[in-house]
Design a protein around this ligand. Structure first.
Ligand code: TXA
Ligand code: MG
Length: 345
């Protein structure tokens, strides 16, 4: 299959080809403010099965249904006042809400679950695609399962070339981390995946919200979890990666110890430490993730940085520990990218 990249801002005809593709139950890669998504008509089994197939995604891992208005009642039931509070505060935006399923969408979309994940993205292209297609769009992140989520059209092409007909090229994702996922089933608010909208921000709107206890745990395949996504490998670079929760000086000592074992080491660090590591060796692949403590900048660059280490053919990656709170969305993704490999020196 030939994969065409369509520039939304320059090629309106191309965009309408994408709209038609959705109407014909094909899948289309499109930008959102969080990460790019690989979307299809959420109402149609044929389209949804294609998404699972192209991504190589486990069928029990349900998809988020993207909508372009506030009409959650069309797809869900038992909607509490708190749900509307969340919607009023955070939509359109990076918050996915799990509700009781009304079984309007295809059962493949929800992985056969009696709940449904809904989100209204804050991105002009995504909203236009949903509106013009006239259907809700089921979309997981646009990457091969297990790989870092795609935050620009080039990275999506890298993973999905030959597997989808169209990739809509918008800007790089503004946020770069996937949406926060909150379950509001039975009016029992629990955050199942951290994201750009933090626990603290949600707590201001619904004070009884909780953080799911297994959010940062390594889950066994047969374990019962509230969000199937937690069971699977995610965001991984092609080589091993370790998070070192220590000073840059100690990280440098560690580098000295291991440098003969590896051919091509990568290091992910804050802007302020870039020169420090570069002085160590010209051969070291140092990537600057952004300014210290700047959650927005670090979050935006995270997945792209991990993919760059693959471009450099690194055989080992060391990441600094950017935040001490591991339920912070950046640390949560980093933890999973490194297969929970954290050391303190
Ligand atoms: O920002 C995002 O959320 C992006 C963009 C494209 O919107 N999408 C995304 O989708 O990250 P995905 O499929 O990569 O992650 C969706 C997560 C998975 O962990 C899945 O298990 C969980 O949401 N999920 C979906 N439906 C659920 C449900 N009914 N109950 C519990 N968890 C659910
Ligand atoms: Mg994903």
């Amino acid at each position: 299959m030939y994969t065409e990249i369509i520039d939304f801002y320059k090629n309106k005809n191309g965009f309408y080809k994408c709209v038609n593709a959705i109407k014909e139950n094909k899948v289309v890669v499109f930008p959102t403010e969080t990460v790019y998504g690989i979307g299809g008509n959420a109402l149609e089994k044929e389209a949804v099965l294609k998404i699972f197939e192209v991504k190589g995604r486990a069928k029990d891992n349900p998809l988020i249904v993207h909508i372009c208005d506030y009409d959650v009642e069309k797809y869900a039931t038992n909607i509490s006042k708190d749900v509307f509070k969340l919607i009023n505060n955070f939509w359109p935006g990076p918050l996915t809400i799990i509700l009781k399923n009304k079984n309007v969408v295809s059962k493949e979309t929800t992985g056969g679950k009696d709940t449904i994940a809904l989100r209204m993205p804050d991105n002009e292209i995504a909203l236009e695609l949903i509106k013009k297609s006239g259907c809700p769009i089921a979309a997981p992140s646009a990457n091969i399962s297990g790989r870092p989520s795609g935050t620009n059209a080039k990275r999506c092409f890298e993973d999905l070339n030959g597997k989808v007909e169209f990739i809509i090229n918008g800007f790089d994702s503004k946020i770069g981390l996937e949406s926060t996922v909150i379950s509001m089933v039975d009016n029992n608010p629990i955050i199942l995946r951290t994201g750009y909208i933090s626990f603290e921000k949600i707590k201001k709107v619904i004070p009884n919200v909780k953080l799911y206890s297994k959010i940062n745990e390594k889950i066994l395949q047969n374990e019962d979890v509230m969000s199937p996504g937690l069971k699977y490998k995610h965001y991984a670079p092609k080589c091993d990666m370790v998070i070192i929760n220590s000073s840059k000086e100690k990280i440098l000592n560690y580098l000295n110890e291991i440098k003969s074992i590896y051919r091509n080491i990568g290091i992910l660090c804050v802007d302020e430490h870039l020169e420090f590591y570069k002085n160590f060796s010209e051969n070291l692949n140092v990537i600057n993730i952004g300014k210290k403590h700047n959650f927005t900048e670090i979050g935006r660059n995270l997945f792209e940085s991990i993919r760059k280490f693959d471009d450099f053919n690194c055989d080992f990656i060391i990441s600094e520990c950017f935040f001490q709170d591991f339920s912070n969305a950046v640390m949560n993704r980093l933890l999973r990218a490194s297969s929970y490999n954290v050391i303190t020196l």
